[in-house]
Write a protein that binds this ligand. Structure first.
Ligand SMILES: [Zn+2]
Length: 266
């Protein structure tokens, strides 16, 4: 448990790096004139206001935020409370997975699954982007996890999950686009559902998409009624897919999968 909490804090700190840097890296890759190096490891961690390079003890998860009282050690400007919150939330995910599964490889793989989903959700909510780096990593890890039998679904289920995950959303989006002339989903959503299919299996995609779209529509309606969102605003779908996927994994996707298989095949 302590190991999982510590791993979670370190992972949470890395999630912050992903959330901050991946969108900027995508932006930089579209901007051919920029020549300065910017990726996940370069430049070293720095304050976004005064650019001062952080000392290594400024990077200690949660603790450094408390010691510095939420301010940059150099320019004393406020550090977003999002940083320690993401670190704590990731640690909570890791501890919850250790408690729910066996505190071994199986919990570790599901904790990694949930951590990547958390990073994707926050990035999508902030920027409407779902970076390929993360959706692809999640897809390959899902296929590997089924081959290693940490997800308890067959490799066949995982491969069909990936193919049908991508294909079904692509089909819905293409039909929707032809019918309404509007873009409802991005290719990032297809890739995310492909990855979720690889982790949870093809049949689990049915309750997953149902859950994600109903909660998405409900939240969209609430946001519109409370005037927080306009009719034409784009509500990112990624966080809903991610949350539905995490919920089904928690509830036991393998049982859900077998129940649906019996329902539809028998
Ligand atoms: Zn500063």
């Amino acid at each position: 448990m302590v190991l999982f909490a510590a791993l979670g804090l370190v992972m949470g700190s890395f999630v912050n790096v992903l959330i901050h840097r991946l969108p900027l890296m995508i932006e930089a890759s579209h901007n051919a004139t920029s020549t300065s190096r910017f990726d996940l490891s370069w430049p070293a961690s720095h304050c976004p206001h005064c650019q001062a390079r952080l000392r290594f003890w400024h990077n200690v998860p949660v603790l450094s935020f408390l010691v510095l009282q939420g301010r940059c050690a150099f320019c004393h400007r406020a550090i977003s409370v999002r940083y320690p919150l993401i670190e704590l939330l990731t640690a909570l995910i890791w501890v919850a997975c250790a408690w729910h599964w066996d505190a071994g490889w199986i919990s570790m793989s599901w904790a990694l699954f949930a951590t990547i989903l958390l990073a994707l959700s926050v990035i999508d909510a902030k920027t409407t982007l779902l970076p390929d780096l993360l959706t692809q990593a999640l897809l390959w890890l899902g296929l590997a996890a089924s081959a290693l039998d940490t997800t308890h679904i067959s490799s066949q289920d995982a491969v069909w999950g990936a193919i049908l995950g991508y294909g079904s959303l692509w089909l819905i989006a293409t039909v929707f686009e032809h019918a309404t002339g509007k873009v409802g989903m991005g290719a990032g959503d297809f890739k995310l559902l492909a990855a979720l299919g690889a982790w949870l299996g093809a049949w689990t995609l049915i309750p997953l998409v149902f859950l994600a779209s109903t909660t998405g529509a409900l939240i969209g309606l609430v946001l519109m009624l409370s005037k927080k969102m306009q009719r034409h605003d784009y509500l990112p779908f990624g966080p809903f897919l991610a949350a539905a996927g995490a919920l089904l994994a928690w509830l036991g996707h393998a049982q859900v999968l077998r129940a649906l298989q019996q329902l539809f095949i028998a």
